[in-house]
Design a protein around this ligand. Structure first.
Ligand code: ADP
Ligand code: ZN
Length: 604
């Protein structure tokens, strides 16, 4: 036999593959999973940087199964542990968790199982792990490995900082022989170094995956009537689960009410709601099919739901990092998903003001403004969005073919004259007004505000009648993004000229701008079948799954993923053998649900 370079072509590799096939029901490892599994399985330390949905869990679950003893998983997200453990048990893996949600009695029972070696995986909250009681338990067994999930929580500069994570280097000191694997979806080099330093991972192998999420389609539109635009977008996602992010609690409330009034299954979520309501809403989102969560960014950390089909932004996030992280919650299962955002100059004014109010330190302000600028560059770019996004994280890529600009390349037009007119209108009106007033002057509209200020007597009054309001808005936005106009945060979004605008105003610089989109991000979806026999069977399978999940009190995806149901619907397996070939159907699921599934397939 020819020796292939595949690093898993070893006895341990064979064992790993057969666990992947037999227990998880997946045909092959993805990306670097095989190399990571082999390395950790052989007792090495690893640091894994992989985007959301990349498949980090298998990277510690399979090595834990390969090695003797229990894999101990540190996770900061108590709500999540429950579902992860439920999913593992569905696969027939002995798993449990220890956190503050357990009664003392239940916790003791888990500890007994752990000591007796009856568990393959044990999820532990970091504060629990660091107790003398638990460290003592650890000393009495030989753990298979330590997995430190959400490892960026050690970073004191990140939003997710957890002080208890700083204590986790005790694992290395006390149990130097036990391999550790730290995992995160946070990409930047600074955080990476902090994880290495604070967790003592200097000798670990580092695995960095591409941060591209090819199944996510990016679309960014100009805000016109955002409620109507959102409804049009949601109309393409009927019955699917998704998140709509809003900038403020009030907008969350209003939007959720508006969507509910339109008959959508929409729920609000923000930090101002009481714990019980938040928990209930999160639970419905996770457990039911097709709930739309309207939320501030308080919602999302640790949302492990694989079948979130879209993430919409009704307001501008603060940075590309924020945008990437929030949109990244869509399409963990690898099926087509959409990231859609509507933005306008008012968002820029709001964000700038927010930065000025929230940051006291000048250096921090500068960084925050620069981050917003980078996001605006993405919002107004005429080329591939994914290229801009990935370039921000230091990756290069060809045009993706799966963003609005690739699918419908924007037309560029010579806006040299228009730019001059716009800049000059800003200048002549005294650099004290927002886009609306400047546009009124350009269009020659004698509004009260215009006549009160005598702006109808200016030479620029009415010089812009050749373009309409929407077109001028698009011009002003692009002038802002190009750095020729600044949005003054101190003066409620007043536009001001920058130094760089001078040659443009004089007509010395040719200006090419993109035409405003003719329609609102209509790039058609392709991959998810909406009708036909597949769709009917898929719906029947979903209905069956909902009943099973409800009876067991677990989220639907814990039973079977959408990706698996779709493959079943498309291939219509007619025997248990054929069913076993479907990705996501392992031995245990075949045994538990095979007969039922064949019956659903037969009846549809
Ligand atoms: P992450 O933790 O990196 O966000 P997960 O571990 O939750 O990602 O995996 C994302 C999804 O991909 C899950 O639905 C998981 O079951 C699936 N998955 C992971 N690895 C594979 C694989 N090798 N083949 C098929 N599906 C996989
Ligand atoms: Zn693209």
């Amino acid at each position: 036999m020819i020796k292939v370079r595949d690093s898993v072509n070893t006895a341990a590799g064979d064992a790993a593959i057969s666990l992947l096939n037999g227990v998880f029901g997946y045909p092959a490892f993805r990306g670097q999973q095989a190399a990571i599994v082999e390395s950790v399985g052989a007792g090495g330390d690893a640091l894994v940087l992989m985007p959301t949905g990349g498949g980090k869990s298998l990277c510690y679950q399979i090595p834990a199964l390969l090695r003797a003893g229990t894999g101990v998983v540190v996770s900061p997200l108590i709500a999540l542990m429950h579902d992860q453990v439920a999913a593992l048990r569905e696969l027939g893996i002995a798993a449990a968790y220890l956190n503050s949600s357990l009664s003392a009695e239940d916790a003791r029972a888990v500890e007994q199982d752990f000591l007796a070696g009856r568990l393959k995986l044990l999820y532990v909250a970091p504060e629990r792990l660091l107790t003398p009681r638990f460290l003592d338990l650890l000393a009495r067994v030989e753990p298979a490995l330590f997995a430190i999930d959400e490892a960026h929580c050690v970073s004191q500069w990140g939003h997710d900082f957890r002080p208890e994570y700083l204590g986790l280097n005790v694992l290395h000191e006390r149990f130097p022989g036990v391999p550790r694997i730290a995992l995160t979806a946070t990409a930047d080099a600074l955080t990476r170094q902090e994880i290495i330093d604070r967790l003592d991972l200097g000798a670990a192998r580092i695995f960095v995956a591409s941060f591209d999420r090819p199944n996510i389609r990016y679309t960014i539109v100009e805000k016109a009537d955002s409620r109507r635009q959102l409804l049009a977008f949601l109309a393409e996602h009927r019955g699917e689960a998704g998140i709509v992010y809003c900038g403020t609690r009030r907008r969350v409330e209003e939007t959720a009410e508006g969507l509910a009034a339109e008959g959508l299954d929409a729920l609000p979520y923000h930090a101002g709601l009481d714990n019980e309501t938040r928990r209930r809403h999160q639970d419905r989102f996770l457990r039911e099919d097709g709930v739309v969560m309207v939320a501030t960014i308080a919602f999302g950390m640790g949302i492990d739901k694989p079948d979130v089909r879209f993430v919409a932004h009704l307001d501008l996030p603060r940075s590309i990092e924020g945008y990437y992280q929030e949109t990244g919650r869509a399409g963990r299962d690898g099926l087509p998903a959409e990231a859609w955002m509507a933005w306008g100059l008012q968002d820029v004014a709001t964000q700038r003001r927010f930065i000025e109010e929230a940051e006291s330190d000048e250096a921090h302000k500068r960084v925050a403004h620069a981050k917003l600028d980078a996001l605006l560059g993405l919002a107004e770019c005429a080329g591939c969005r994914r290229q801009v996004l990935l370039a921000y994280f230091g990756e290069t890529s060809p045009p993706c073919g799966n963003c609005d600009n690739c699918l419908e390349p924007p037309t560029l037009w010579d806006a040299t004259e228009a730019a001059r007119k716009a800049l000059s209108a800003v200048y002549r009106t005294g650099q004290r007004y927002g886009a609306g007033h400047v546009i009124d002057v350009l269009l020659g509209k004698a509004t009260d505000k215009v006549t009160q200020r005598g702006h109808e007597r200016l030479t620029v009054f009415g010089v812009g009648a050749e373009l309409d309001d929407r077109h001028w808005r698009s011009v002003l936005r692009q002038l802002v993004v190009k750095g020729w106009l600044a949005v003054d945060h101190g003066a409620y979004g007043a536009l001001k000229l920058t130094e760089a605008a001078r040659p443009v105003l004089k007509g010395e610089v040719p200006v090419l701008l993109r035409e405003p989109a003719r329609r609102q991000g209509k790039a058609k979806r392709t991959a998810l079948p909406a009708a036909g026999p597949d769709a009917a069977l898929f719906e029947a399978l979903r209905a069956w799954r909902r009943r099973v999940a409800e009876a067991k009190g677990v989220p639907a995806y814990v039973i079977l993923h959408d990706a698996t149901l779709r493959e079943i619907a498309a291939r219509r397996p007619d025997s248990l053998d054929a069913l076993a070939d479907i990705s996501g159907v392992g031995a245990r699921k075949l045994e538990a649900y095979g007969a039922d599934l064949l019956q659903v397939i037969g009846g549809n």
